[in-house]
Design a binder for this molecule. Structure first.
Ligand code: C2E
Ligand code: CA
Ligand code: CA
Length: 737
């Protein structure tokens, strides 16, 4: 239409100038034949095509050459409904594609520059989709009756594909194909308000690769890129269609999981992701190994707005990384304080080391066949002036963040070698060596110096390494192995079975001993027969490779029987002895003629952790305060309430919106034990938490403003009037020692 008009304008000007013979005569508007010819030329030139439908929307005309390059079904396109031949692309909406083409035709709407995909072509296998821009106007006859559409069309395939690609690039990470930060932000921004309105929940996982930088530095950037692509593929496999995965940059990933607030499921998923990402990556004929940490925040519990939720997930990730890596953590209101505390703890640790405030405990390793002590493992201890004892599980990772670990490690080794001079030569001393320490320059020299300085026989010293020494640069690791063997010290592979456990390393690295991780022993008397099989496989493998095995964490006789039955020759665990000060160790060795008699429970019981925590106890309309003394997945022991009867239904408020519905199982004076209706789940930090929390939506419905859950207690039904009398009496309890 526009072209014709322009042409008309031109002819008017030509007419005005008087004309000449070698010019074509003007085309009169009523000269149908020449107008038709013009239209023909236009169609031939491919500048645009013309189409028309009948009143039912069936195509009755289409410029002949419009379909020249298309693979057409038999019978061509004519007489078929226009709306069945083209479709509006809903995956890449260009802002106005909220209606289907069928709808537009049925409504006899004007169609202006609508981008459509040619359907028969799109459905042909492997055929490249063809994109048109169509314009069409409904036409009525002189009586005002609709008689069909008249329209134009042109092929915009190339331009359209470029546009789609551009917007894809703006939304997706070109390296991994995952959503980029921009898209993730948009997704979260779109999801949260919609979910808020519908009272739905959604989880946000923040993921960070451990030691990725190391791979990048030692193997080069192309290797780093290849690794990131494999990480993306593994994440896609783990998450599937359940959520959207993004790469925010570097080695940072984010996963948005709609309709997810079950911390049990989330914890399992995070564990699976960490495991999956910790498997070796084949890259350029080599193997690279990294780890991953995950922080989890859940809307609306931990954040209602994007900034709040992302910040919560970030803090949880930070805590996971500080908790020793390879872990997941849920956000809780006190993580904020924890982050500050870690900085403080790091300073305190340095001071403690300088002031010689750290000390060692020793735990015997016993020969199963005759209960003779063959070695002792040195375990570092720290009694913090204000906090009391801090576990090495907490402070070793802090030390690993800086060179502090080297000083601390050297201190432990020196002290252990000196102490070992006080006991029989037949008893070795085992010292834990952090992977960070192992990889630091000067490590071998430090070991050599300490051995020379203390005069200990190198064969009495056993260095315990974990599988993480294989992370990163394997050639450098091999050199350290060789140098250590040359010194004559023994090497043990600690916590075997918890890392990626690549057997190829076992074959090449010169270990004298493998220590089977405690987790297999914990599980070996339960339902999980896998653990038994793993223990026996590890022992068999070690035998075949000429290595010794120590099974760690044996606490009960039933466990001892199982591991002995599987051929374990050396045992370390509470059943024989707990870690103890050197004086106690020396006493024990002397009085027992180098033997320890196992002593402990017949049966292993899943650990009921000792806790000391003030909790709320809700019964009917009343809220009481009690002290929680111990906690397991299935129940808890409390004290501080008199008058509770067995069988009473209660709700324990453990703070942060965690309410556990339970029944009183036993009572004695002010002490009582409860059993949870739904078992607790791991919180990723060695503790337990409830699967679900009080929904801020439910609180909002009761009149509380909609916000993330704080530290605080769950209020009793807001506004409910209390007319009953309290049923129990609160009594003061003794503070924990
Ligand atoms: P690990 O090397 O696996 O040490 C064994 C841990 O298991 C010790 O915990 C020990 O007390 C505990 N354990 C031993 N037998 C049993 C048992 O029968 N049941 C249970 N439940 N636990 C048992 P601890 O002393 O808290 O040390 C924890 C971790 O901290 C150690 O695990 C080790 O990885 C690290 N660590 C301790 N001392 C040092 C050190 O001097 N240097 C380094 N780099 N790491 C250390
Ligand atoms: Ca160890
Ligand atoms: Ca261990």
């Amino acid at each position: 239409m526009g072209l014709l008009k322009a042409f008309r304008g031109g002819t008017a000007a030509a007419t005005g100038s008087g004309g000449s013979d070698n010019r074509a005569s003007v085309i009169n508007a009523r000269d149908s034949a020449r107008r038709l010819e013009l239209l023909d030329d236009l169609e031939q030139a491919g500048i645009g095509w013309i189409w028309a439908t009948d009143s039912d929307g069936n195509l009755i005309y289409l410029s002949e050459n419009a379909t020249e390059n298309m693979d057409l079904p038999d019978g061509g396109l004519l007489a078929r409904p226009m709306a069945s031949l083209f479709e509006i692309d809903t995956e890449n909406p260009d802002g106005r594609a909220d209606r289907s083409l069928k709808f537009l035709f049925a409504a006899r709407s004007r169609i202006v520059d609508q981008v459509v995909r040619f359907v028969p072509g799109a459905k042909l296998d492997g055929a490249r989709p063809v994109w048109w821009s169509i314009t069409g106007l409904p036409k009525t006859d002189s009586a005002g009756q609709f008689i069909g559409y008249r329209g134009s069309a042109r092929d915009i395939t190339i331009a359209h594909e470029r546009k789609v690609e551009d917007s894809r690039m703006a939304e997706f990470d070109s390296l991994t194909g995952l959503a980029n930060r921009h898209r993730m932000n948009r997704r979260i921004d779109a999801t949260l308000p919609a979910f808020k309105a519908a009272k739905r929940s959604c989880a946000l996982l923040m993921l960070d690769l451990d030691r990725f930088k190391h791979v990048n530095d030692t193997m080069g950037h192309p290797a780093g890129d290849a690794l990131l692509r494999q990480v993306a593929a593994r994440l896609n496999g783990a998450v599937g269609a359940r959520g959207e995965i993004g790469r925010l940059g570097g080695d940072e990933f984010q996963i948005l999981l709609p309709d997810m607030d079950d911390r049990g499921t989330l914890g399992e998923m995070a564990t699976r992701i960490v495991k999956l990402l910790s498997q070796p990556y084949p890259i350029e004929g080599k193997q690279a190994v990294i780890g991953a940490s995950v922080g989890i925040a859940i809307a609306p519990y931990d954040g209602v707005e994007r900034e709040e939720l992302v910040h919560a997930a970030d803090l949880a990730l930070y805590a996971a990384k500080n908790g020793g890596r390879g872990q997941y953590r849920f956000y809780t209101a006190d993580l904020k304080d924890e982050a500050d505390e870690l900085v403080q703890l790091s300073e305190d640790l340095r001071a403690a080391l300088d002031a010689d405030d750290l000390y060692l405990h020793y735990q015997p390793v016993v020969r199963a066949e005759d209960n003779v002590v063959v070695g002792c493992e040195a375990l570092v201890r720290w009694n913090h002036a204000e906090r009391g004892p801090v576990s090495p599980v907490t402070f070793i990772p802090i030390a690993e963040e800086s060179t502090l670990i080297n000083d601390l490690g050297a201190w432990v080794l020196r002290r252990a070698c000196r102490d070992a001079a006080q006991w029989e030569d037949s008893v070795r001393v085992a010292v834990n060596v952090s992977a960070v320490q192992f990889a630091s320059t000067g490590f071998v020299d430090t070991v050599a110096n300490i051995i020379a300085e203390t005069g200990i026989a190198p064969a009495r010293v056993e260095l315990e390494l974990t599988e993480s020494v294989f992370l990163g640069d394997n050639e450098a690791a091999d050199e350290v192995f060789v140098a250590l063997k040359a010194l004559g010290v023994r090497l043990a592979l600690d916590d075997f079975g918890t890392g990626f456990s690549s057997l190829s390393y076992l074959r090449s690295a010169p270990f004298d001993k493998i220590k089977v991780d405690r987790s297999f022993v914990d599980a070996c008397t339960g339902q999980d027969q896998n653990s038994v099989k793993i223990i026996s496989a590890i022992i068999g493998l070690a035998d075949a490779l000429g290595m010794e095995t120590t099974v760690e964490g044996v606490e009960a006789f039933d466990q001892l029987d199982v591991v002995r039955g599987k051929g374990a020759r050396y045992i370390q665990g509470y059943l024989y002895a707990r870690p103890m000060p050197i004086e106690d160790l020396l006493d024990m060795l002397e009085s027992g003629a180098m033997k320890v008699v196992p002593k402990g429970p017949q049966q292993f019981r899943a650990d009921r952790r000792s806790v000391f925590r003030r909790v709320g106890v809700i019964h009917e309309d009343h809220r009481y305060t009690a002290i929680m003394r111990n906690l397991s997945k299935t129940g808890a022991g409390l004290e501080g309430l008199l008058g509770i009867a067995k069988g009473t239904p209660l709700v324990i408020d453990m703070g942060g919106g965690q309410l556990a519905v339970c029944t009183v199982a036993r009572t004695q004076d002010a002490e009582f034990a409860v059993e949870f209706e739904t078992p607790l789940v791991n919180d990723g930090a060695g503790g337990l938490c409830t699967r679900h929390r009080v929904s801020p939506y439910a609180l909002a419905a009761a009149g509380v403003p909609l916000t993330a859950l704080g530290h605080g207690d769950y209020p009793l039904a807001v506004g409910a009037h209390v007319d009953s009398k309290p049923a129990f009496i609160e009594v003061a309890t003794v503070q924990a020692a």
